[in-house]
Design a protein around this ligand. Sequence first.
Ligand code: NOJ
Length: 558
Amino acid sequence: MSTAQTSDLWWKNAVIYCLDPETFLDTDGDGVGNLDGVTERIDYLAGLGITCLWLMPFYPSPGRDDGYDVTDHYGVDPRLGSLGDLAVLVRSAKDRGLRIIVDLVVNHTSDQHPWFRASRRSVDSPMRDWYVWREEQPAEPHGEPVFPDAEDSIWTCDPKTGEWYLHHFYSHQPDLNIANPDVREEIAKVAGFWLALGVDGFRVDAVPFLLDTDGHVGEVDLDPHGFLKDMRSFVSRRSGHAMLLGEVNLPPKQLRPYFGDQQGDELHMMFAFSVMQAMYLSLARRDARPLARALTRLPEIPDTSQWGIFVRNHDELTLDQLTEKERQEVFDAFGPDPDMQVFGRGLRRRLPAMLDGDDQRIRCVYSLLFSLPGTPVLFYGEEIGMGENLDIPGRLSVRTPMQWSDDRTGGFSTARPSRLRRRPPEGRFGPLAVNVASQQREPDSLLRWMEHVIRRRKETPEFGWGTTSLLDTGNDTVLAHRCDWEGGSVMAVHNLSDVPCVVTIALECEPGSVLRDLLEPGEAPIASNGSCEAELQLESYGFRWFRIVPADHPLAPV
Ligand code: NOJ
């Protein structure tokens, strides 16, 4: 593929950073972060090296699902700023070469949304069919509620009309009816609106639920993937570089259709949930095989599509694709206290706390994040090793204020700590111990290391673009993978155990090639007896990245 085309497909070699403006920086001292705060710290983000910001929902909302319960898809929550502030942020990001994607939450709305208020008014409301209604209580054809702690059904009877409405999530989040052409039209209008303001695409919320039209009544072709194809072609017409990154937490076998037909005409990207979950099992067992298996189970995808690799997101760290026994192993290793678990399927902790602050092991995991085949997605605060605050209920324990300094609010706000909606943790992972300011001044800090690795990741497009093969290491604790693309070859090796080891890896390479270390100074020898074998030493939780360089290649990347 030509250089011109690869840069068009920017998401193939991007580094995405997810943040919630509400918890990033509060510039007006009211205790709530805001869009201006993100703009204020845009140079920090550019300096970190990320290439794309994912802004979590900033729309007007009663805040019963942290903004995923939207009451106006065309607005900005006044607590966070104004549309003008958003435009300034987009402009500032572009000026630093950063792209912005925003959440497209259209599976459901808040029950306070004017659309739902109109819909529930009467069975004859002109907007009745914007949501999914049943006269009789349905027999749960759509599976379990997503939040079993709060809901025992996905249908709720609305006292106004005595009819039942569908909600896969909370009962205050009624599902929109995508079988209604007016709803489809409105969703396109919403996407077009934000594209017109200059965003570069969307993180599409809850895609399988959005496409679930089982039993919907409507006038249009119910082919749900037809709807996703329409959405893709619409956003691409409006903005040629717009990207759709979908939340599709399904087993690997069910994922491929969401990328669309042949060359990919639905989602551009999907989060690799199965890989994330297997990675935690591998960490718990100190055994690379679950992760290796998960990588081989991912379906082949079109060249222009991409996996989003992540260590944790803003939700519970879900382990729903593991067996009960496997999940228990991860719970035992990383969240044995029931208070660290949520919904019986996930953990509400951040990685550094789960790994007991083991710096080498933490770096090993982030080295995986940046080298596994796909595009890395960071959650704010990961770059400095923030922990969670378990005093905050449920999933919100990991959505604490960004820790900028050792101030009592972590330099997040000038408001009194008691005015903050969510406080940073205290102790080992609190602002006194973990903050941006001190790590910026510390050459060996996690933050400095992240900057270095992010830079290397961008200089190593093979990880994002290449064909991946797993290499035999003869040691179950070590994962070695190689990515080849356009004549370049790189290899990453990770020891998931605390026992140092030496592994021998057979490589296909030209005689006389060398392994140039991409993270540390130096080269590793490749045996020159024609077998092309490399012998590598790995310390406890050690990891190494190499470029396989033919000896006589003066233009090989440095
Ligand atoms: C997925 C989001 O990630 C989660 O935070 C939210 O609660 C649900 N969708 C419902 O919008």
